[in-house]
Design a binder for this molecule. Structure first.
Ligand code: SAH
Length: 250
């Protein structure tokens, strides 16, 4: 991994799920060298303490259903700072290319002739289940996992996810951004043939001191989430592996 930042380049850094120890070494080095760090609400924001004293820090955090900086403005900011010859880090939660809109930022830089590269991050889709004691695959139980965004519900014209196929996929389902639509998603999966008794876990604030796991079934997970007042960010794991809690074993 190239560890020196070049003036005038944008580096898309995946910050991991939140705990700064889950930032990669390359990601940390980039943050330490940056002239500008454009960061979000999610991710290893504690690592911002590692920036140079004279670095510019810009918070463009998107809050679900709240105020947010339009993606076009973020793209323009990255291009503007790079064109001024600055070393620009775009710090995102997890991995920039997993629901991180890193691809759009890459294309905006490329169109503007700005050099851009990516430092991969530890995605919450795998790390948050692991930290809660859930392996997304397990020999003899699950030969795969499917990572899906639940930010639009099944049947919504904006959704391009085939939820019926997911119900029959035989893989573990890992749902991101699914808290709001969880009752609709669970009902749809059950209607499409997935058993209502399928173990289902919700893990919120993974890797932080507030990490919390709720274990239930697909049939009950919607009610459980509502009664417990689950709030984003949370990962929902549907499948036999969600019956494990390795953190309580051994
Ligand atoms: N690029 C990120 C995902 C961004 S989408 C990644 O690779 O992890 C935002 C969603 O990620 C949240 O709604 C939630 O579903 C999930 N998420 C991110 N960080 C999380 C955390 N610390 N705990 C639980 N879920 C998290």
């Amino acid at each position: 991994m190239q560890s020196e930042l070049t003036p005038g380049e944008v580096v898309l850094v995946g910050g991991g799920p939140g705990d700064p120890d889950l930032l990669t070494v390359a990601g940390l080095r980039a943050i330490q060298q940056a002239d500008v760090v454009v960061h979000d609400r999610l991710g290893a924001n504690a690592a911002l303490a590692e920036t140079r004293a004279d670095a510019e820090l810009v918070n463009v955090g998107k809050i679900p259903r709240g105020d947010f900086t339009p993606q076009e403005d973020i793209n323009a900011l990255l291009v503007d700072r790079a064109c001024k010859g600055l070393k620009v880090v775009r710090l995102k939660g997890g991995d920039s290319f997993v629901f991180g809109r890193g691809g759009e930022e890459w294309l905006a830089c490329a169109e503007a002739g700005v050099p851009v590269r990516v430092i991969p991050g530890v995605t919450s889709a795998v790390s948050v289940p692991a930290l809660a004691g859930i392996p997304v695959t397990h020999r003899g139980m699950s030969q795969g996992f499917t990572v899906v965004s639940g930010h639009v519900p099944p049947g919504d014209p904006r959704s391009d996810v085939n939820w019926d196929a997911l119900a029959r996929s035989g893989t573990t389902l890992v749902l991101l951004m699914a808290v709001q639509n969880l009752p609709l998603i669970a009902a749809h999966l059950i209607g499409a043939g997935l058993s209502a008794t399928t173990p289902t876990a919700i893990v919120s604030d993974g890797s932080t001191e507030h990490q919390h796991r709720l274990s239930s079934t697909l049939g009950e997970v919607g009610d459980v989430a509502e009664v417990e007042g689950v709030r984003p960010p949370a990962i929902v794991v549907v499948g036999e592996v969600a019956g494990f809690d390795f953190s309580a074993v051994g």
